[in-house]
Each structure stands twice: as C-alpha cells, then as structure tokens.
Write a protein that binds this ligand. Structure first.
Ligand code: S3P
Length: 168
C-alpha cells in the first residue's frame, strides 16, 4: 500500500487526525516534525531560534528523501510547510486537511493548552502574519493534494473514517 501523507495548515488537526486513523486501522504513523526533533535532539522552536527557518526547511527535504526511499504503507503527518518539499507526491497519496483560518485559530484557542500550542509554533506568533501565510498557502496546498478533505465542523472520528474510506 502507498503511504498516506497528511498536509495542511498549523493547528488544523493533522496530529489528532493521524492518531485517530491509527486507532481505526492497522496503520502505523510517523510525523515529520517528530522525526526532525529526534534527529536534532531539540524542539522545532529551538531549531528555528538557533538556526533559522532555512535550516529547518533543509531538514524537511532530507526527511522527505528518506520517506520516499525507505517508508511504505505508513500514515505520515507533516509540519504545515512540509508540502513544499520536491516530489511530495512520490511519498504517497497526499491528503489536504482544509478549514478556514478562523476555524483553525479558534480550534487552537479552545484547547486547554492553547498558550503552549501557540508558543511552540514559531510561525504562529503573530496572528496577522499567520493569516497572511494561510492566504499565501491555501491555493498551494490544494495544488499539492491528491485529495481535499474539508474538516470544519466535523468530528475527528468521522474525518478519520472519511480518509480511510477514500484512500482505499
Ligand atoms: C510549520 C508548521 C509546524 C512546524 C514548523 C513550521 C509551517 O508544524 O513544522 O513550526 O511552516 O507551517 P504544525 O503544522 O504541526 O504546526
């Protein structure tokens, strides 16, 4: 089976949806941010602060090459900018999780650990900058995707079911 690659904006729920898909199937999941943090033995926030964004993007490209070569039949959740790596579609079936910016922002704010969720995301420090990034990227996510799933107003378990049904 091909890998499933979840892409979408910061906070849209890529991680939660990946965990739910794992629960509902026999798939095993990997997360590109987790891989990068373990490669570097430091948090994304620290990598951005100490090395800058371009260094982080180079790590994403390295992870992408590894996934493309070595990983099969796996559910892969990605950081919000990972979709820009070359040859994304060679990694697997690309599923774009889509929701309006305000829905995403409110989802983060509704979380009991909202402050922490925002603090760990270097590109979500200023809401207007994040909104601009969203506007800039939303068309690009669509172009990169094999499949678009609108997640707004849906239960996580239903989204997972929908993805599993569609990728079969
Ligand atoms: C980023 C999203 C983050 C993380 C990094 C950069 C982005 O992942 O990879 O902070 O460029 O959108 P999440 O989408 O899990 O927040």
């Amino acid at each position: 089976m091909k890998n499933i690659v979840l892409i979408g904006f910061m906070g849209v729920g890529k991680g939660s949806i990946a965990r739910e898909i794992v629960k509902q199937s026999d798939l095993v999941a990997l997360d590109t941010d987790d891989i990068i943090e373990s490669m570097e033995n430091r948090r994304i926030k620290k990598i951005f602060a100490e090395e800058g964004e371009e260094y982080f993007r180079a790590l994403e490209r390295k992870v992408a090459q590894w996934l493309q070569k070595e990983v099969k039949g796996t559910l892969i959740s990605t950081g919000g900018g990972f979709f820009k790596v070359p040859n994304l579609s060679k990694i697997g079936t690309v599923v774009y999780l889509s929701a309006p910016f305000d829905t995403i922002y409110n989802r983060i704010l509704a979380h009991p650990d909202a402050k922490k969720k925002l603090r760990k995301r270097p590109l979500f420090q200023d809401i207007e900058k994040a909104r601009n990034l969203y506007e800039e990227r939303s068309g690009l996510y669509k172009k990169a995707a094999d499949m678009i799933i609108d997640v707004s107003g849906k239960e996580i378990s239903d989204i997972a079911k929908e993805i599993l049904k569609k990728v079969k």
